[in-house]
Design a protein around this ligand. Structure first.
Ligand code: CA
Length: 216
């Protein structure tokens, strides 16, 4: 999952980006609304975390411009606890909001929820035959037995599971699993897929030659 974090407080930006990367998310960052909007329109993000009080363009303006062409899930961060702000955010097309200061665990849970909703898969558990993804705990089991995955293996599996039945192209995977600063060596994906098959069964992820991967 690739996220865009738009936040002008350097400490919060750095700390939150680190916490999100630790969960296996690919994270791009922007420290003002102008840069944020530019990036939001330039790439396909799975979700955007958007601060309200920002230089250049504020969060409301970014959201308004974004919603003209994009349905990317948006979680807004507001410093103010007024219900008027929350109503404005939700009416403006935000998918959820959090009032600062917030608990990182709550942010992660809300993020997972808006990503699942946007994939039309609101259940917290994704069942793929004998394999089950527990998205809240970010753990996987096979036949009821826990299987240890790396953070990257988990996000790759989750992305394919959320797009179950669709062929996901390699380009799509590179766009959604790696951030703007990562080098994308062409064999990395193959290694992750190889490891997932080894851990979860050869038949789980199907290769569609010349197209990409699919969980049927
Ligand atoms: Ca701010």
């Amino acid at each position: 999952m690739r996220l865009l974090l738009i936040e002008d407080e350097p400490d919060l930006l750095t700390g939150l980006a680190r916490a999100l990367r630790k969960q296996g998310y690919a994270v791009d960052v922007a420290s003002d609304g102008g840069e944020g909007l530019h990036k939001a329109l330039d790439a396909e993000y799975d979700a955007i975390i958007l601060d309200v009080m920002l230089p250049v363009l504020d969060g409301w303006q970014v959201l308004e411009q974004l919603r003209k062409t994009r349905t990317t899930p948006v979680l807004m961060l507001t410093a103010r606890d007024g219900s008027r702000d929350r109503i404005r955010g939700l009416d403006g097309g935000a998918d959820d909001y959090l009032v600062k200061p917030f608990d990182t665990g709550e942010l992660l849970a809300r993020l997972r929820a808006i990503i699942r909703r946007s994939a039309q898969k609101p259940a917290a558990e994704l069942v793929l035959g004998e394999v089950c993804l527990h998205t809240a705990a970010r753990t996987v089991s096979r036949g009821g037995v826990p299987v240890t995955l790396t953070a990257r293996e988990y996000v790759l599996l989750e992305y394919l599971a959320l797009h179950r039945g669709e062929v996901v192209t390699r380009t799509q995977l590179y766009d959604h699993l790696f951030d703007e600063n990562e080098s994308t060596l062409s064999n990395i994906l193959d290694v992750h897929v190889f490891n997932l098959r080894r851990k979860l069964g050869q038949e789980l992820i199907v290769t569609r030659r010349g197209h990409g991967y699919c969980i049927e």
